[in-house]
Design a protein around this ligand. Structure first.
Ligand code: NDP
Length: 444
């Protein structure tokens, strides 16, 4: 271990990794374009056969008024569906039993505590939803048939929710991991609090990111499948491959949920529009969109192709899981885990918290983490490709999520590198010398 002057980890303006002009531009653009985009995507998938050209020609003919006309009003039934779902998930989060888990030490030295009941909540949600359908109590096709209204309600409801988060961040922060950047737009966009809570136990980011966002992905994947079944009397193999792969991915997510609480989304990104609106609206709409497309496009792949895509997709999800597991086991055991059957190679990096305390972290430099500094994004992106490719290539739109994810993760890798460089200083430099590629080994 080498002793060097540790670098302070800034908690303010940490998000300014790009130039200020570019940051302003991208924040304003995302705030103003994401909501209408969600509606346009839904409209194109459900009413224009997934064809961007059809939507484009509609908008050309009907102009802005045409766009206003396709934007569904948030109806009572939409609000009811959202409220029942949100309350059900909040109740499961609060009351289902689970192991006590500690999150990583925050920049101001706090250690958040969670209840790990994600797998149970996931199982209860899916069993309840499918049972409601099976026993004729609630038909999920209702959700599909009111999807536009639901997205519209989510868009407005989540915006109000983010305003409340902003006000709470100013007036009643839950912990010392909170603060203003001095800029109202950035505070709203990036958030004020790292760990906002209601009371002591109800973690808001666990709710928005995991129990509402990720859970809605699974619920909607099942909804699309049931809708196709109820419309056509059967489910096409393309839809089956898509649904199974998405469910395997989401099952992996909940299996590893306590690990997720150590990642950037939870440990570094504050609760604002970027993360919370993203998880409350973008995940249920954009992330589920390949399945939304397949409802009206029951492509038949044939057993050979279907099984090949399924196996390739599961392999990618497994590798992505194994990358995360390897890093977290390594950190949990304080560098004493084995990595690909050997003792791990590592860098012991020290840094200073905002309170001025010196801490150390271990950086793994072997296994998946020796291939590139963010190799785990490669199988993540490939998995998205494999659950989209059953749609074949008639339209581009089902691939939007795949393209979006690629851009998101390349940007995220840069953000993370910049943050780690300012946190670990020369230790990060050493890591970059040892593992020179950011994402794709040998290329980038
Ligand atoms: P992680 O938080 O898991 O990893 C990055 C963090 O790990 C760094 O900030 C650093 O934190 C620490 N770290 C970096 N290098 C090393 C190393 N060599 N050894 C040990 N620790 C290291 O990344 P993500 O949150 O981006 O990804 C988590 C998972 O979520 C992945 O599977 C990813 O694919 C998935 N994901 C999916 C997205 C989607 O939209 N589908 C979006 C984003 C992620 P520290 O400060 O603790 O050192």
């Amino acid at each position: 271990m080498v002793a060097v002057k540790p670098e302070a980890e800034s908690t303010k303006k940490k998000e300014m990794v790009h130039s200020p002009i570019l940051t302003y531009f991208s924040v304003i653009t995302l705030l103003s374009t994401c909501p209408p985009f969600v509606i346009l995507l839904w409209y194109t998938m459900v009413h224009q056969d997934g064809s961007i050209l059809n939507t484009f020609s509609y908008l050309k003919d009907h102009g802005f008024e045409g766009f206003v006309n396709i934007w569904p009003k948030p109806t009572v039934i939409a609000w009811k569906i959202i409220a029942c779902y949100a309350l059900f998930e909040a109740a499961l989060q609060l009351w289902l039993p689970g192991k006590r888990v500690e999150g990583p030490i925050s920049p101001t030295g706090n250690k958040p505590v969670y209840k790990a009941n994600g797998v149970l909540a996931y199982a209860v949600t899916l069993v309840t939803y499918i049972s409601l359908w099976w026993f004729g109590i609630f038909n999920p096709t209702v959700v599909y048939d009111h999807l536009g209204e639901i997205y519209s309600a989510l868009i407005f409801g989540s915006l109000i929710f983010c305003v409340i988060l902003y006000i709470k961040g100013h007036l009643a922060p839950s912990s010392t991991d909170s603060g203003s950047s001095g800029n109202i737009i950035f505070d709203f966009y990036w958030g004020m609090e790292l760990y906002p809570r209601i009371g002591k136990n109800f973690d808001i980011k666990v709710f928005t990111n995991c129990r509402f966002g990720m859970m809605s992905w699974a619920v909607l994947a099942v909804t699309y499948c049931i809708k196709q079944y109820e419309t056509n009397g059967k489910v096409a193999d393309s839809m089956l491959v898509n649904t199974v792969l998405m469910l395997v991915y989401i099952t992996k997510f909940f299996w590893w949920e306590a690990g997720y609480w150590n990642t950037m989304d939870i440990a570094h990104d504050r609760a604002g529009f970027y993360i919370c609106w993203g998880c409350l609206v973008w995940v249920p709409s954009i992330y589920t969109s390949p399945g939304m497309y397949l409802v009206n496009h029951p492509v038949n792949l044939g057993p050979q192709l279907a099984i090949s895509i399924l196996i390739a997709g599961i392999l990618c999800i497994y590798i992505n899981y194994d990358c995360d597991r390897q890093r977290q086991e390594f950190r949990r055991t304080n560098g004493k885990s084995t990595v690909w059957g050997k003792a791990p190679s590592k860098i012991v990096a020290s840094y200073t918290t905002t309170k001025g305390e010196t801490k150390t972290s271990l950086l793994l430099t072997s296994g998946w983490w020796g291939l590139s500094r963010h190799f785990h994004y490669v199988p993540e992106i490939m998995a998205a490709f494999f659950w989209t490719v059953p749609a074949l290539f008639d339209n581009f739109l089902p691939y939007f999520y795949f393209v979006f994810l690629t851009i998101l993760l390349f940007d995220r890798a840069k953000r993370d590198d910049d943050r780690c460089r300012s946190k670990y200083g020369k230790y990060w430099k050493t890591y970059c010398t040892k593992v020179p590629y950011r994402i794709i080994p040998g290329i980038y």
